[in-house]
Ligand binder design. Structure first.
Ligand SMILES: O=P(O)(O)OC[C@H]1O[C@H](OP(=O)(O)OP(=O)(O)O)[C@H](O)[C@@H]1O
Ligand code: HPA
Ligand SMILES: [Mg+2]
Length: 183
């Protein structure tokens, strides 16, 4: 039987594995400088941020802790439902912590703005955001993001943690999903 290759479902590769690696190294140097002498808590937003978190954390040479929050608003669609659901809360107490939220993508901004509001009352010493990708044309709410990897066009993308209906997260590059897959 002929084996299908998931990369055949992409129309374009937007960001390659190598470009991601180089960008994360660049962001890591900035983060190391900004958090010198501080104990940072990286909060990865499951599930999309798994790859960014794993690679960014290993680029960083400062002391850090990692925690995870699972939220979901896309489900099996390509548009945000606008309703953010917590599937797993943090284990860590944020009181006095320097929190750096790690995200794969800021699209409408609804997930992050909801998360920032949710974290605001938890007593953190500081809260910043690092996102590998951002779609400026898709923003429905403004979210302050200190560390951004790449601004990309307003197309539905998959790979490097990003899914469509839970698939394609294991692609090494980020690419535009062919519309015939979800149309
Ligand atoms: O800016 P927004 O429009 O809110 O979109 C961004 C969010 O959407 C995706 O998560 P999703 O809900 O698909 O869950 P997942 O990470 O488990 O795939 C992505 O990982 C971000 O968390
Ligand atoms: O473009 C996207 N692709 C996959 N998941 C997403 N979640 C928000 N935007 C996207
Ligand atoms: Mg998703």
């Amino acid at each position: 039987m002929e084996q299908s290759d998931i990369s055949d479902d992409l129309t374009t590769i937007l960001v390659t594995e190598q470009e991601i690696r180089d960008k994360l190294a660049e962001l890591a140097r900035q983060i190391e400088t900004d958090y010198a002498g501080k104990d940072v808590l990286l909060v990865g937003v499951l599930k999309g941020a798994v790859m960014v978190m794993a690679d960014l954390a290993r680029e960083l040479r400062i002391p850090l802790s990692m925690d995870w929050m699972a939220v979901s608003s896309y489900g099996a669609g390509t548009k945000s439902s606008g309703v953010v659901q917590i599937r797993k809360d943090l284990d860590a107490d944020l009181t006095g912590r320097h929190v750096l939220i790690v995200e794969d993508i800021i699209d409408s901004g609804l997930t992050l703005s909801w998360l920032l509001e949710n974290f605001a009352s938890r007593g953190a010493a500081s809260i910043e955001v690092c996102a590998l990708l951002r779609k400026p044309e898709a923003a429905k709410v403004h979210v302050e993001c200190k560390y951004v990897g790449f601004d990309i066009p307003n197309d539905f993308v998959v790979g490097y943690g990003l899914d469509f209906d839970e698939k394609y997260r294991n692609l090494r590059d980020v690419g535009v999903l062919a519309p015939h897959v979800y149309a």
